[in-house]
Design a protein around this ligand. Structure first.
Ligand SMILES: [Cu+2]
Length: 179
């Protein structure tokens, strides 16, 4: 009798389990959409020629700071390499392309001369701890939540105006330009 019952219950149990799996699946999918959806709220993109400039951002600076960093990604959808050759912004006296790296165990930062190449079909990231823009001689203090514009000039694609979103002081992976 008990065998008969469990045999009869098996398909029912199976369908309950499948239903739970579906529900869990939907919940996982919903959760995944939530996580995928969150960053796109603040993400913004700019295009010039074959280039895409992804999410330019800067970090709020402490009062009195004279420099701020600038970060973004550059994707080259074209079949020829291009080169970021100059940067300007109203926010600072000048803007430079810098590279950060470890030399003899010490973090160093130096201006990149000759521009930054973006290979054909390639993507280059400017991020804390690596290549970055440096806005030097700040005319005002960029505050969290605001945006400031800058012009990026590429050798082939030409000039494009982009908006840097100012994120919190704790934003980014490394605190490279706190002073
Ligand atoms: Cu720098």
């Amino acid at each position: 009798m008990s065998y008969f019952f469990s045999d009869a219950a098996r398909p029912l149990l199976g369908s309950i389990l499948r239903s739970i799996e579906e529900r869990v699946g939907i919940a996982v999918l919903a959760l995944a959409l939530l996580f995928v959806g969150a960053p796109t709220v603040s993400a913004h993109e700019f295009k010039v020629g074959d280039l895409e400039i992804g999410h330019p951002w800067s970090r709020a600076t402490p009062a009195g700071a004279k420099v701020a960093g600038g970060y973004f990604t550059i994707t080259n959808n074209g079949s020829a390499p291009d080169r970021l050759v100059s940067i300007s912004s109203d926010v600072s006296e000048k803007a430079e392309l810098h590279e950060m790296g470890v030399k003899d165990g010490v973090m160093t930062m130096r201006p990149v001369t000759g521009g930054l190449e973006i290979p054909a079909g390639g993507k280059v990231a400017l991020a804390p701890g690596g290549y970055h823009l440096m806005f030097i001689g700040l005319k005002r203090q960029p505050k969290q939540g605001e945006k400031f514009s800058a012009t990026l000039t590429f050798e082939k694609a030409g000039a494009v105006s982009v908006d840097f979103a100012v994120e919190g002081m704790g934003g980014g992976a490394m605190d490279d330009h706190a002073n």
